[in-house]
Design a protein. Structure first.
Length: 557
């Protein structure tokens, strides 16, 4: 009879991945030592505990156990505690980050099971499910009201998100470094709602989220959320799931960051060009589509910088991803921002950048072809800023020439953020511009760019009368074509957002058609007295895109 028993201990292969276990702690002195001692040996390279201003000596007990401790001087909340945990783990060069509560509610022995799907390359994020497998939450001590609330909330969220998880409210989680860097978790709430927004955003943007069965254990020391905060947490979770369903669809199918190259429904009808698409490398065709081209009258040239020709302008359109390139020889500066909006726009963009984890060195490089600069505001927010013009990075060739090698050497500073203000659509070679932006960026850096959106609501409503096709810019992007371009040149889009901005009523009337109605004439006269700014950011004319660099094997560094 064959026996499977052996007296020799099972030996597992050594794992070189740096795993960091983080513990968001508050008043956990009674359970901390027990939680730490039950953590399997050698599973983590280090353990970081963040104490949220406990008064029971939790931080001192953690230091006595040899843990790395970060102290909050005041109580900031459960979500804020996690933000500090993840920031500290990323600063420690963690490849995998585990969140384990020190209240002993979640079994530390399950950590190897939690990180196994990540180590095998099958997950970007995992969480322990108390309802999966053979788990019995009620037998483990889960209160009835929490059991019912969890089941009902999870069922509704699954319907909205298009998922089949047994629960979505577990506090035992693990992430890859790239997953944390792809989510703006500094933007999330500081309370318990942090968990819901994190997992919903991760699912919506296409992260591979996997649940792992874990045992349920409720004791008198286990932390618990009160009824009032529980109701707020549930309502917030359902609202975030509904927003995700409305804006991104099931499993991110309508998400901008998941946009993929696809064949156009109506391929370009025109002669094939010798130029290949800078985004996907497929052939481009010369088109004079009425939906893309408008006959501009000479009197408009000086006022709006439009193409001075009575003949339809020639455009090149990619046969696969839909990128459109104009036939202008020299690109004019990008869109002008109203002077009164510049400070608020810059603050909004910097807040967007700072919602992602970035290095504490906070070095920023801005490339600005249109005069807009965030240098003064960024300096006040603690950034070291370097400003250059588009011509300093934009070159026609893929590799630097001898003549510009000195400029290339000067660019080789590792910045935590590179901002391209309406530069990509004005570049002679947008792919080369992205390649050189990558040279200026650290491996954990952020690429921030603003561009016009060819698939925005206003573009679809105005069709051939859309004024942006009259601007002398080189390229026009959609989410799919820009995502393809970024993927091809070492970046992955992680966020696409409409840029909030306003336009004066007089500007809107000036861009109206030649046949002005009586009502429009009345409004034109009215603007002589009052010319209010009208918010049009929701129309999607201008967009801000956030992207992360990826390594040669297709993963984020």
């Amino acid at each position: 009879m064959l026996s499977c028993r052996s007296d020799r201990p099972v030996e597992f292969p050594a794992v070189t991945t740096h795993v960091v276990v983080t513990m968001p702690a508050y008043m956990a002195v009674e359970t901390l030592a027990k939680t730490f001692r039950d953590l399997p040996p050698d599973v983590a390279g280090s353990v970081i505990l963040v104490d949220d201003a406990s008064t029971d000596g939790t931080a001192d007990a953690a230091e006595a156990l040899g843990l790395s401790v970060v102290r909050h001087p005041v109580n900031r909340g459960y979500g804020a505690n996690q933000k500090t945990c993840y920031t500290a783990a990323l600063a420690a060069d963690a490849d995998i980050i585990v969140m384990l509560h020190p209240d002993y509610q979640y079994d530390p022995k399950a950590v190897p099971l939690l990180i196994a799907p990540i180590l095998s390359g099958d997950a970007d994020m995992t969480f322990g499910s108390r309802f999966a497998g053979m788990s019995d939450p009620r037998a483990g001590g889960m209160p009835l009201y929490r059991y019912v609330g969890n089941r009902v909330t999870t069922t509704i969220e699954n319907i909205l998100l298009g998922t089949r998880f047994t629960e979505l409210h577990s506090g035992m989680r693990a992430y890859t470094r790239a997953c944390l860097q792809s989510l703006p978790f500094h933007r999330y709430p500081d309370d318990f709602s942090f968990d819901s927004q994190f997992v919903i955003d991760a699912i919506g943007m296409g992260q591979r989220v996997v649940e792992v069965p874990i045992p349920t254990r409720y004791t008198k020391e286990s932390s618990s959320i009160a009824i009032g905060p529980s109701l707020h947490y549930v309502s917030f979770s359902l609202w975030r799931a509904l927003v995700s369903w409305l804006t991104k669809g099931r499993r991110g199918r309508r998400s901008k960051v998941r946009a993929t190259t696809s064949t156009l429904r109506r391929p370009p009808q025109g002669a094939r060009s010798e130029t290949n698409c800078p985004g996907c490398g497929q052939p481009m065709f010369a088109v004079t589509n009425p939906a893309l081209v408008r006959r501009f009258r000479p009197r408009d040239d000086a006022a709006a910088g439009r193409i001075s020709s009575e003949e339809p302008a020639a455009f090149l359109q990619c046969s696969t991803c839909g990128l459109v390139s104009g036939s202008v020889e020299q690109a004019t500066p990008g869109p002008a921002y109203p002077s009164e909006e510049v400070p608020s726009t810059i603050h909004w963009m910097l807040e967007l950048v700072e919602s992602y984890p970035v290095s504490a060195r906070r070095r920023l490089l801005e490339v600005r072809p249109n005069g807009l600069s965030l240098a003064s505001v960024a300096l006040d927010r603690g950034w070291t800023v370097r400003s250059i013009g588009l011509s300093d990075l934009d070159e026609d060739s893929e590799a630097p020439t001898t003549a510009n090698r000195t400029a290339t050497d000067q660019r080789a500073h590792q910045h935590e953020a590179v901002v391209l203000f309406n530069a990509l659509e004005n570049a002679a070679n947008p792919g080369a511009l992205l390649a050189r932006a990558r040279e200026c960026m650290s491996d954990d850096g952020l690429l921030v760019l603003t561009t016009t959106n060819t698939a925005g609501i206003r573009r679809r409503l105005r069709r051939s009368r859309w004024p942006w096709f009259g601007k002398a810019q080189r390229h026009y992007f959609t989410a799919a074509s820009l995502s393809s371009l970024l993927d091809r040149h070492g970046f992955r889009m992680v966020e696409w957002r409409a840029l909030p901005h306003s336009v004066r009523l007089s500007q809107i009337l000036d861009q109206a058609s030649d046949r002005i109605s009586l009502f429009q004439r009345f409004l034109t006269v009215l603007t002589k007295v009052a010319d209010p700014p009208l918010p049009i950011g929701w129309l999607g004319v201008l967009c801000t895109v956030i992207a992360r660099p990826v390594s040669s094997d297709g993963t984020q560094p």
